[in-house]
Design a binder for this molecule. Structure first.
Ligand SMILES: Cc1cc2nc3c(=O)[nH]c(=O)nc-3n(C[C@H](O)[C@H](O)[C@H](O)COP(=O)(O)OP(=O)(O)OC[C@H]3O[C@@H](n4cnc5c(N)ncnc54)[C@H](O)[C@@H]3O)c2cc1C
Ligand code: FES
Length: 285
């Protein structure tokens, strides 16, 4: 099927049409990951909610789902952070300023930031999982007074694999955001923590009865953090995870991304842990 041919989705025939965007900046985050900013050729930006994703099409190579990692209060610039793992993501990471791609979306259900208002918020990220959570941090910091304690715990493979190091430093220096970072393997210059993200949970402030948690990273990391939070008294209903599955249409019709009763593109990617815990446990077996 051609990606530029509209399909007959009732009420939304335009949902499958990529729009032309151009790369306006490219920043190498780690050896295999880059953050790119895109601007639409027609001048209309994409409004999105934190946690949503787009389908990014590199002409002649293919199309992949990528979370939006930018500031929801700056919809004119579309920001994606991409790790090169295969043909399409390698091509995206290799894009230069001025190059053109096709983008459709935004799609999916994002993080329940509104439901976290008035509560303690625990954000837990592993590796590239910080990218879909960065818009939550921007959003929360833009109206910080509406939330109680807010903390970010973040783990990566090594210090060189940490995303957004300058922002991490800036966030760490704030008195109204608790930031704890750990790595699996240290290097000579690393004076911080070494170990798994769950080891950071006892250090951050939250009242389990009044906390909302948002987790994104490798599935094993999300399962371990969710179990630990549950063990500490946070309701599985208040824990949210962002899941990844192979996608094609991204609008809930092809079934490629089915996960139990849910289509990850339409019902997710962010889902309450209580809804997916059993299915994640079965997948583990
Ligand atoms: C909702 C959603 C949001 C995403 N957001 C981001 C993002 O912000 N940044 C980013 O870099 N990536 C993100 N991904 C993952 C990205 O879509 C995949 O890495 C991409 O589809 C791989 O395509 P490829 O052609 O480069 O590699 P392929 O040749 O398709 O795959 C290369 C290798 O990566 C594995 N792989 C493929 N897809 C995934 C996946 N979803 N998760 C884990 N391993 C995979 C394959 O099994 C294979 O081993 C997201 C995925 C989803 C579903
Ligand atoms: S990708 Fe087609 S239903 Fe989700």
């Amino acid at each position: 099927m051609s990606l530029v041919t509209p399909i007959t989705t009732p009420g939304r025939p335009e949902a499958m049409l990529p729009r032309p965007f151009r790369v306006v900046s490219q920043h190498r985050e780690t050896p295999d990951t880059s953050t790119l900013e895109f601007e639409p050729e027609n001048g209309h930006g994409l409004s999105f909610t934190p946690g949503q994703f787009t389908m990014l099409y590199v002409f002649g190579i293919g199309e992949v789902p990528i979370s939006i990692s930018g500031d929801p209060h700056r919809p004119g610039v579309l920001v994606h952070t991409v790790r090169s793992v295969g043909a399409v993501t390698k091509a995206i990471v290799g894009l230069g300023v001025g190059e053109r791609v096709g983008i459709r979306g935004p799609y999916g259900m994002g993080w329940p930031v509104g439901a976290a208002e008035g509560k303690d918020l625990v954000i837990a990220a592993g590796g590239i999982g910080l990218a879909p959570l960065r818009p939550v941090i921007y959003d929360v910091l833009a109206r910080r007074d509406r939330f109680a304690a807010v903390s970010l715990i973040y783990g990566s493979r090594s210090p060189a694999d940490l995303l957004y190091p300058e922002e991490l430093r800036e966030w760490r220096s704030r008195f109204d955001l608790e930031v704890e970072v750990t790595v699996d393997r240290s290097d000579d210059g690393w004076l911080g923590d070494v170990g798994v993200v769950t080891g950071l949970l006892p250090r951050v402030p939250y009242d389990p009865a009044h906390a909302v948690a948002m987790l994104c990273g490798p599935e094993i990391m999300m399962k371990v953090v969710a179990r630990e939070l549950t063990h500490r008294g946070v309701s599985p209903h208040a824990i949210h995870v962002s899941l990844e599955r192979n996608m094609k249409c991204a609008i809930g019709i092809c079934g490629h991304c089915q996960f139990g009763a849910d289509f990850i593109c339409r019902d997710g990617p962010v889902l309450p842990y209580e809804r997916v815990a059993e299915k994640l446990r079965v997948d583990e077996l």
